[in-house]
Design a protein around this ligand. Structure first.
Ligand SMILES: [Zn+2]
Length: 478
């Protein structure tokens, strides 16, 4: 007897170096954990009469996806910041909205982003942002999902002169305040929600704070055995700032101050030479790649395959933010990552489907420091499990020999709506394709109201920037 028993499924466990496939597989869950994984014929004897039995014939059973770098609150202005020059993205495009986004708007966006993610199989959100304790309380805990959160620490205030071509003026007292908030978050929220919430630190980036604060954040993190999740080499804006201040590149600067090691989760890393990617790999840095976001914001393919080729140990995938990405659907994200990297390397063998699935599950889990708890279907791990229906026109036929086509079909053909059930920490978050922890209709209505308020206030400011999108709107092209 178990609380949940899944039988006759096609299990992709991620055990070993490949997908760890078990045909006619079964899995049992008791409370928060996986207690048995194996063949249905073997496990039936003990678990056939469990509390809840799921017949998974024609279905794939996988560990939930880890969206290892995400800002869910931004979902509230989805689609408002795409197709613009990188140098304009943060200041002229996101900037005019920021002033009018209130905490409750971000919460509305967060709930929307989480629903979008879980419905396409995301069980863990590697979120960094502002006042994440509040987001945990209002979104992650009630949604029943797992989240690895951090409050962003920087020294950028209202008088920091957001001109990309002059060094920002750092606001030291504000930096102190944010460091304190980061520490408070870890002390108050780590382990909340039956252990679903874990907290780390997030220095925003080498361009956003002084060397001394950057190092102090790391010191505080190391002291508490926590990781530092930082944006690294994230485009021209950062490159200009680091060059102005330190006369070098982000990677060389961070390496010169001893920052790059396995305490660091580095997001993006696309403004890099091949040699710099080799440095990241050699130093044991944990890499999170967000190819859809970086393609849209920078027009660059981040070096995910290269990092792996250079011997990078831990690599995960992130969706980043909805205004400047393709949303929080990791199935779409895997496909984009695979295709872009194949094109970057002019080599269709890089990032095969099995490797993408590993990166989106156990790879991401390891990268954010949760690999001992989640990321694979193994006895003793937390029960974060998704079930995908394979009997849909774009996934049929199911072929086992000579090439099992389930993994390639999931990566290259699925859309997200194949995800039927999502279990996190042993409890259902999505059942039969519906989110059962949050009211989807209510979340969408609340998000629409919030977006209406923000855009009503921000529209004039946005147009006054006369930025790339403002011009396109004026010309009637959009
Ligand atoms: Zn980010």
């Amino acid at each position: 007897m178990a609380d949940i028993y899944i039988r006759n499924g096609y299990l992709l466990t991620m055990r070993g170096n490949g997908l760890g496939t078990i045909e006619d597989g079964a899995l049992a869950v008791e409370r928060h954990e996986i207690v048995a994984v194996g063949k249905t014929s073997e496990l039936d004897k003990k678990y056939r009469n469990s509390e809840k039995v799921i017949e998974a014939k024609g279905k794939a059973v996988l560990p939930g996806f880890v969206d290892a770098h995400i800002h869910t609150g931004h979902t509230i202005i989805r689609g408002e910041a795409q197709d613009v020059p990188e140098i304009e993205w943060m200041i002229k495009t996101m900037g005019p909205f920021g002033k009018y986004i209130k905490p409750e708007h971000s919460i509305a966006g967060g709930a929307l982003g989480v629903i979008e993610g879980v419905k396409s199989g995301v069980t863990t959100f590697g979120e960094i942002g502002v006042n994440e304790g509040h987001v945990a309380e209002k979104v992650f805990v009630p949604a029943g999902v797992r989240a690895n959160i951090a409050d962003t620490i920087n020294e950028i205030g209202p008088n920091s002169r957001p001109d990309a071509n002059k060094p920002y003026i750092f606001d030291e007292p504000l930096g102190e305040q944010k460091l304190k908030a980061g520490i408070d978050l870890v002390e108050k929220w780590d382990g909340a929600g039956d252990g679903r919430i874990s907290c780390i630190f997030s220095p925003q980036g080498a361009d956003m704070m002084s060397k001394s604060l950057l190092l102090r954040v790391k010191e505080e993190a190391v002291k508490r055995k926590k990781l530092c999740h930082i944006h690294v080499a994230q485009g021209a804006r950062e490159a200009i700032q680091v060059k102005l201040r330190y006369g070098t590149t982000s990677i060389k600067y961070l390496d010169s101050i001893g920052y790059l090691d396995d305490n660091v989760i580095a997001a993006h890393c696309h403004q890099t030479t091949d040699d710099e990617v080799a440095i990241l790999a050699k130093r044991g840095v944990r890499y999170i790649s967000c190819p859809a976001s970086i393609a849209l914001i920078d027009g660059i393919v981040p070096p995910l395959a290269l990092f792996r080729q250079q011997g990078g140990r831990y690599a995960g995938l992130g969706s980043d933010q909805a205004p400047g990405s393709t949303g929080h659907n990791m199935l779409v994200g895997m496909k984009i990552a695979a295709l872009l990297n194949k094109v970057r390397h002019r080599d269709p063998t890089v990032l095969p489907a099995w490797e993408m699935l590993r990166i989106a599950t156990i790879g991401g889990a390891n990268a954010i420091g949760l690999g001992d708890k989640i990321g694979s279907l193994e006895v003793g791990k937390k029960a974060d499990i998704i079930i995908m229906n394979l009997k849909v026109p774009h996934m049929v036929p199911i072929i086992y020999k000579p090439v099992p086509n389930i993994a390639p079909n999931i990566v290259y053909y699925s859309r997200g709506d194949e995800v039927e059930d999502v279990i996190v920490n042993g409890s259902f978050v999505v059942e039969g394709g519906r989110c059962v922890t949050l009211d989807e209709e209510e979340v969408m209505e609340r998000a629409q109201r919030a977006a209406d308020e923000i855009t009503a206030n921000a529209a004039d400011d946005f147009m006054a920037t006369d930025g790339y999108l403002a011009k396109a709107v004026k010309k009637g092209l959009l």
